[in-house]
Design a protein around this ligand. Structure first.
Ligand code: COA
Length: 169
C-alpha cells in the first residue's frame, strides 16, 4: 500500500476505553523517544499504568468537565496514534480572555510516522477546539525535539509564543 492510500485508510475518532492498550503502546514509544532526548527529566512509565489511566479516563483533569478529549488514529483496526487536547485559559490577569485549545500529548507510532497521520490528528484536535470557541491552539515541545519543531512550525503553522526556562536547584 502506498503512503497516500495508507493516509486515506486512517480513521480519526474520539477514544473509547477499549483503545487504552493501543494508546498506551504509542504513549510508551513517545516516552522512550523523549527519555532519549532528555533523560534527566523523562522516564518510561509502566505500560499497565498508562493503559489504566486511559481506560479510566484519567488523562484529563477531573475539573475539566468534558472540556478535554482524546482522539485516536485507527488503521485497519490498530491504534497508531493519539492526541490529548483540552480547553484552557491563562490565569494571568495581564492576559486577554482567550480560550485556548491546548494539545497536551500527541504521538504517532514510529512505524507509521511521516505518512500524514500526526497532521490529521492535530487538525482534528484543532477542529474540536474551534468548534467549542477556542481562538488559538497551543502546545509545548522540547527545545531539542527538532522533528516536532519542524512538524509544528513548517507543516502545521505554529509559531513560538513563549519559552519555558528551567534551572536545577
Ligand atoms: C511529531 C509526530 C506526532 C508527527 O507525526 P507524523 O505522523 O510523523 O506527522 P506527519 O506525517 O503528519 O508529518 C510529519 C512529516 O511527514 C511529512 N508527511 C506528511 N504527509 C506525508 C505523506 N503523505 N508522505 C510523506 N511524507 C509526509 C510531513 O511533510 C512532515 O515532514 P517534515 O516534518 O519534514 O515537514 C510524530 O513524529 C511523533 O509521534 N513523534 C514522537 C513523539 C513526539 O515528539 N511528540 C510530540 C511531542 S511535543
Amino acid at each position: 500500500m502506498n503512503e497516500a492510500s495508507c493516509v486515506a485508510a486512517v480513521t480519526i475518532r474520539p477514544a473509547v476505553s477499549e483503545d487504552a492498550d493501543g494508546i498506551a503502546r504509542t504513549f510508551l514509544e513517545s516516552a522512550e523517544y523523549h527519555a532519549g532526548l532528555d533523560r534527566e527529566r523523562y522516564r518510561i512509565p509502566a505500560l499497565e499504568t498508562i493503559s489504566a489511566r486511559y481506560r479510566e479516563g484519567r488523562q484529563h483533569p477531573p475539573d475539566a468537565g468534558g472540556q478535554g478529549i482524546t482522539l485516536v488514529a485507527e488503521l485497519r483496526g490498530e491504534i497508531v496514534g493519539f492526541v490529548d487536547t483540552r480547553l484552557d485559559r491563562s490565569p494571568d490577569p495581564m492576559h486577554r480572555e482567550i480560550l485556548y485549545c491546548h494539545v497536551v500529548e500527541i504521538a504517532v507510532s514510529s512505524r507509521h510516522q511521516h505518512q500524514g497521520i500526526g497532521g490529521q490528528l492535530l487538525q482534528a484536535a484543532e477542529d474540536w477546539g474551534r468548534g467549542l470557541g477556542a481562538e488559538f491552539a497551543s502546545l509545548e515541545y522540547l527545545a531539542v525535539n527538532t522533528r516536532a519543531s519542524e512538524f509544528y512550525q513548517r507543516r502545521m503553522g505554529y509559531r513560538v509564543a513563549s519559552i519555558v526556562a528551567i534551572k536545577r536547584l
